[in-house]
Design a protein around this ligand. Structure first.
Ligand code: FUL
Length: 478
């Protein structure tokens, strides 16, 4: 009896707590820019350049500039396709390893200016940055420090060249939302490798564009997920320890990048890069190998559904257009997303915070707003029970942690209850979003419990859905 009174008091205190107390962050926490980045979830990568015309993946840097000659480049078509697919931005390969600049850089003689395209007056970065603005999506830039063309590559002067190129891009085409640093460091035209001045590159970018989020194997803002398949770890911590590591070959083990470090000192979330086709660049013979809408949705579950972001490469063809097969797949993906997530079945539940026999109604987790949240101060005894108004078929539950206060949940469990049976689902981390799918169950209630956490867990949203059965992930969550 005494225990119940205590629990009741504690639940009451907890509800007061929700409104009255400022929550202490559990470090590390994301910056404002990183938090906004998490919210974007899905955006395009665009690999385009001489390789598009030579059918290569890694150009040697000796390709004649005239090879770059798209016959009908239309960056508005790229931006429109992104918008229609639900992608929130486009990151373009401004310069890949072949060194060819898609803008007329003053610091290179291997650029669009030296090509036949538009009689040397063309500028892909100009056209794309404008198109992104027009369609209200973000504009980002990939720039490879490895340069197989630049005559100064392999000498200290090349670091000036690289810095100047970035300055050019930031001042002529900004704002740049995300900057993508490839860690590759091969030989240049004179057979030498470059010693990159990463410290300088980083401080220049921070100085000229503090709001840009910078990607590389180890951040500073976003990390590589450790594979090019678009798959984050089922356990995925946003923290990463970078001391003693460098970009490229000196990066942490790919498994660490995939899962993060549970006690990682810095918030460096994972981004899952993957191509819609086998290659990064367009190859006509891959026109029949475009991923299906279902495969794209599965990648969404394995990236965003594990707390990371989804960077999907859509390589334009030799016309400079997104191929119809890719567009069709993207439209299909968008429609799967809409159809399967539109109906949030927790709208038909009453949500309760429970502890033993004590029950407190709560609305914060089912109000479809990530701004309201519940902190479980006694999570070992507490659960969140969603009681459906009638038995309801579900096969997908989405949990969201209020990551602005740090990532806390280490293990969770979900009971799927009906009058005959109880199915237990177990998972590890949640992070910004955790999507769990399972064979369809008809349930009366679901109960979410946090079984292990690094600090009092804070959830901001729970949703439940009935997706097409074919979309359910094959392997149960962990
Ligand atoms: C890698 C590059 O070598 C590939 O060509 C591609 O650009 C991929 C996204 O990053 O490091």
């Amino acid at each position: 009896m005494k225990k119940h009174i205590l629990l009741a008091l504690c639940l009451h205190a907890c509800s007061v707590y929700l409104y009255a107390q400022t929550i202490q962050p559990y470090l590390p926490v994301p910056t404002k820019q990183q938090l906004d980045w998490h919210g974007l979830e899905f955006y395009f990568f665009v690999h385009f350049g001489p390789n598009t015309f030579t059918d290569k993946e890694w150009g040697h840097g000796d390709e004649p500039e005239d090879i770059f000659n798209p016959t009908g480049l239309d960056c508005r078509q790229w931006a429109r396709t992104a918008k229609q697919s639900g992608a929130k931005g486009i990151i373009i390969t401004a310069k890949h390893h072949d060194g060819f600049c898609l803008w007329p850089s003053k610091y290179s003689k291997h650029t669009v200016r030296e090509s036949k395209w538009k009689k040397g007056k063309g500028d892909v970065l100009r056209e794309l940055s404008q198109a992104c603005k027009e369609y209200g999506i973000k504009f980002g830039v990939y720039i490879s420090p490895w340069d197989r063309n630049h005559p100064q590559y392999g000498t200290p002067e090349y670091n000036d060249v690289f810095v100047n190129m970035m300055k050019e891009i930031f001042s002529n085409y900004g704002p740049i939302w995300e900057l993508w640093w490839d860690g590759a460091n091969g030989e240049g035209p004179n057979g030498k490798k470059q010693v990159y001045d990463w410290g300088r590159f980083e401080s220049v970018v921070r100085q000229i564009s503090p709001n840009t989020v910078v990607f590389s194997d180890i951040g500073p803002d976003i990390r590589w997920v450790g594979n090019e398949k678009g798959i984050a770890g089922k356990t995925n911590w946003n923290g990463l320890d970078t001391a003693g590591f460098t970009r490229g070959l000196g990066a942490p083990h790919t498994d660490t990048l995939n899962k993060g470090n549970i006690h990682g000192k810095t918030w460096i979330p994972a981004e899952c890069d993957v191509s819609i086709r086998p290659g990064w660049f367009y190859h006509a013979e891959e026109d029949g190998k475009v991923k299906t809408p279902e495969q794209l949705f599965n990648l969404y579950l394995k990236s965003v559904g594990r707390g990371a972001n989804f960077l999907l490469n859509i390589p334009p063809d030799r016309r400079g257009l997104i191929h119809a097969n890719d567009s069709v797949a993207l439209v299909g993906f968008r429609s799967i997303m809409e159809k399967n997530f539109a109906n949030n079945l927790v709208m038909n539940t009453s949500a309760q915070l429970t502890a033993g026999n004590q029950v407190l109604n709560t609305t914060q987790l089912t109000d479809q707003s990530v701004k309201t949240y519940v902190q479980l101060n006694h999570y070992q005894e507490q659960g969140i029970r969603l009681v459906f108004t009638k038995p309801t078929e579900i096969n997908c539950i989405v949990l969201q942690e209020a990551i602005e206060f740090g990532q806390r949940i280490q293990n969770f469990e979900i009971d799927l209850e009906n009058s005959e049976s109880l199915t237990l689902i177990k998972g590890t981390t949640v992070g910004r979003k955790r999507i769990v799918s399972f064979p369809t169950r008809k349930v009366n209630n679901i109960v979410v419990r946090i079984t292990q956490a690094r600090a009092a867990p804070i959830l901001n949203e729970i949703t439940a859905h009935k997706m097409a059965e074919i979309l359910v992930e094959e392997n149960p969550p962990e």
